[in-house]
Design a protein. Structure first.
Length: 71
């Protein structure tokens, strides 16, 4: 049986670039993936790599063909 943490995967989507401050916040939120519409700084990439967070940068909104709801 899956434990409670396996019930969902937290993915963060950012319209702006992601720097180290934002990366640390994302780590604290226990996200598993990050999608950014702009660049992710080298320092943020190191933080994501160290925490095994998958990241994608420079993603166009049109490339995300998914149903979503805003929090």
């Amino acid at each position: 049986m899956a434990d409670e943490d396996d019930d969902f995967i937290e993915v963060k989507v950012h319209r702006d670039g992601v720097g180290t401050t934002t990366a640390r916040k994302i780590v604290k939120q226990k996200a598993k993936a990050v999608v950014s519409g702009h660049k992710i700084t080298p320092g943020a990439k190191v933080i994501f790599d160290e925490n095994k967070i998958i990241y994608f940068e420079n993603v166009e909104a049109e490339d995300l063909d998914v149903d979503w709801e805003e929090e």
